[in-house]
Design a protein around this ligand. Structure first.
Ligand code: ZN
Ligand code: ZN
Length: 252
């Protein structure tokens, strides 16, 4: 099985990552990837990018070093209503929107965390939920997998969770992965690279998902066509500007 796109990578714009987009694209090319998504943290992350980083992404070439570059964000889920830290006017022009829990989240118990994550999945701008197995923010795994399938929003298995970050993730991530396998859900596997050498590093996550019985056809980023078709289908569900059903105010 080969993964053709790394859909979760940080550049120096995140404030605590160490490579430029040019270095990231070159690394993706060297790893044989067809596409990479630049998904810097949302603006409430300490040291994170200003919103202008996101509104100016159109200036990036679509093809860098022969690799397709997707414009994205890893937004912070802020509260149990699932509010995220980038508004509609910025999200609407991005190719890919990840959302997950980080320091800016107000925190809560399993019920609050689960409600927050499901509410974020219900946001029509959110394409993927990242590292849902982070033990720092425990969730009801069954409810999350069920919502992921019902809402058609795949969850991520994050390779960095088994290395540099989020110690203690193997147990919760295995529970989630087994449920995804049993229920025929969809996932992405990503590196969450904060340095170019880590782009396209998927080994630990691949091992975990195969041990948990997830089949290759459940992993969206085994095919660039599948990734792009999925993102297009999500974009088609986004509210049009004048019927902006999804209102940031509602989630305050
Ligand atoms: Zn993250
Ligand atoms: Zn990340």
């Amino acid at each position: 099985m080969r993964l053709v796109a790394d859909l979760h990578v940080h550049s120096i714009a995140s404030g605590h990552a160490y490579s430029t987009i040019l270095e990231i694209a070159a690394a993706a090319r060297d790893k044989g990837l067809l596409a990479v998504a630049v998904t810097d943290h949302g603006p409430t992350m300490p040291g994170g990018p200003h919103v202008y980083h996101f509104s100016n992404m159109a200036t990036l070439p679509r093809d860098i070093c022969g690799v397709r570059v997707l414009h994205g964000v890893e937004a912070n889920i802020l509260n149990k209503k699932g509010k995220i830290d980038l508004g509609y006017r910025y999200l609407k022009d991005l190719d890919i929107v990840l959302a997950g829990f980080h320091d800016p989240y107000e925190g809560g118990g399993v019920t609050e965390n689960t409600d927050a994550m499901i509410a974020a999945m219900e946001n029509p701008y959110v394409d993927f939920i990242v590292h849902p197995g982070n033990p720092r923010y425990p969730v009801d795994a069954e409810a999350i997998v069920k919502a992921s399938i019902e809402l058609g929003v795949p969850i991520e298995v994050n390779n960095a969770s088994f290395g540099d970050s989020r110690e203690g993730s193997i147990g919760p991530c295995s529970t989630i992965a087994r449920l995804v396998a049993d229920e025929d859900g969809r996932i992405i596997i990503s590196s969450d690279a904060h340095f170019a050498y880590k782009v396209g590093e998927f080994g630990e996550a691949m091992r975990l998902v195969s041990e948990c019985g997830i089949a290759p056809d459940q992993i969206l980023n085994t095919s660039l066509e599948a990734v792009m078709a999925y993102l297009e289908s999500r974009h088609n569900k986004r509210p049009s500007p004048n019927e902006q059903a999804f209102d940031d105010e509602k989630r305050r």
